[in-house]
Design a protein around this ligand. Structure first.
Ligand code: HEM
Length: 414
């Protein structure tokens, strides 16, 4: 079966309920989610994908072993048998994010220690230092873009630190584009986008191969050194897997965190009472981050494939091999879980457990890191620039991707 969902065009197969790349959906997906949850909670797209929008169903699919990734077969069905010859898809097939056990367990096991709560807590002073330097660089100007000048630099610097990328190599990572997000959308890539993806992937592979050589010769206290040693250990990790998962860590930890900070700041400035409350009571910040994740998640969707026939998902049969799309952003606003006005931003809300980091065996490896980065970034901004105003809170420009939800820019003045 062809697994496409449509893009912005309303063709003969047009889907009135789920059209995730339409400008209206990108601007504000939440009324669309409301309709899906109410009218058709297990929606079938014209291309035969099942779209789950209720918290209970999304949560079940993420955790149930009868669902998996089945990346290679799923991708061949979507494109063609030959798609795995394309370097960018071949590389993705080695990502732990796309792997099923036992490969998933092995790959995740190699890096999980670097992301424990304890290790991440120890990074607080470094995160604070980067945030302060970022603000120092712009504070006298009275104006900045909260995305490019503020949110962007922190996650890149931290992941470069963790991987052990030498300072003198970093400029290219700061300058690199934020367009990788298209790889994750449920709308297939065009041949031109595949070509761009291949070029970016080959560049990254060439760079990382050189860095692996460097770390073999002079080991450091970093994740790449650890992984290179695991590779040399025999059958723990192949060279292709090593490169692919480094690229994944870079991508997964970057755009998502930039957007958590950006979406959170926009939500706060659209709700001045909540902004004032958070300024007056900074101790609410930890809970506020969970609320930002719930209210406007920087990851809106992930997917699974039924590994066997499923008799009853919310009353619907899912045949083996079919794809189920899980709308995390919709689950996060399901009134069945958030009974008190789920569409309202409330930084004092209790029992907020967003599905923004997924669930089950693929639960986000960087969740705690992202939370702490956002907490320090937003708290410091409110403290050091208390008069900051966003130039246009009503009609900011969103990036044209659906799975990764975030702003192109967010100019602000003080
Ligand atoms: C706000 C920020 C972030 C959000 C919303 C987010 C969201 C997610 C989600 C939803 C998944 C699971 C996808 C699935 O089940 O199919 C995931 C997995 C993952 N995330 Fe994150 N992420 C964030 C930040 C980070 C950071 C900072 C890192 C690392 C530096 C990271 C690394 C990963 C990795 C490696 C996986 C794959 C885990 C696995 O398959 O076992 N993420 N993330």
């Amino acid at each position: 079966m062809n697994e496409q969902v449509q893009g912005a065009n309303q063709g003969p197969n047009s889907d009135q309920l789920f059209n995730p790349l339409s400008p209206d959906f990108i601007r504000d997906p939440y009324p669309h989610y409301d309709r899906l949850r109410t009218i058709d909670p297990i929606h079938v797209t014209p291309f035969g994908q099942f779209v789950t929008s209720r918290h209970a169903d999304v949560s079940l699919v993420l955790r149930d072993k009868r669902f998996g990734k089945d990346f290679v077969e799923r991708t061949k069905r979507r494109y063609s048998e030959k798609i795995m010859d394309e370097p960018v898809f071949r590389s993705m097939s080695h990502w732990m994010l796309q792997a099923d056990p036992p490969d998933h367990t092995r790959l995740r096991g190699l890096v999980v220690k670097a992301f424990t709560a304890r290790r991440v807590e120890d990074m607080r002073p470094r995160i604070q230092e980067i945030v302060d330097q970022t603000i120092d660089a712009v504070i006298d100007g009275g104006h900045m873009d909260l995305i490019e000048d503020f949110a962007f630099r922190l996650p890149v610097t931290i992941i470069c630190d963790m991987l052990g990328i030498p300072e003198e190599h970093r400029e290219v990572f700061y300058k690199s584009s934020r367009d990788g997000g298209r790889l994750l959308d449920p709308v297939p890539l065009s041949p031109e986008e595949i070509k761009q993806g291949n070029a970016g992937n080959l560049m990254a592979q060439m760079y990382f191969q050189q860095l692996f050589e460097l770390r073999r010769r002079s080991p450091g206290d970093d994740l790449i050194t650890q992984l290179v040693q695991a590779e040399e250990d025999g059958n723990k990790l192949t060279n292709e897997e090593l490169t692919a998962n480094i690229i994944l860590l870079f991508g997964a930890g970057h755009e998502t965190t930039v957007n958590l900070i950006g979406n959170g700041l926009l939500a706060l400035h659209r709700n001045p009472d909540q902004l004032a409350l958070l300024k007056a009571r900074p101790e609410l910040m930890v809970g506020a981050i969970e609320e930002f994740l719930r209210y406007d998640s920087s990851v809106q969707m992930t997917g699974r494939v039924a590994l066997e026939d499923i008799d009853d998902l919310g009353g619907v049969k899912i045949p083996k091999g079919e794809t189920v799309l899980c709308l995390l952003g919709s689950a996060n606003r399901d009134p069945a879980v958030y009974s008190d006005r789920p569409d309202r931003l409330d930084v004092t809300r209790q029992n907020v457990k967003p599905l923004s980091f997924g669930g089950g065996i693929h639960f986000c490896l960087g969740a705690q890191l992202a939370r702490i980065e956002a907490e320090i970034a937003i708290a410091t901004l409110l403290r050091r620039l208390p008069d900051l105003r966003i130039d246009d809170v009503e009609t900011p420009e969103w990036r044209p991707t659906f799975v990764l939800r975030g702003l192109k820019r967010l100019p602000a003045s003080w």
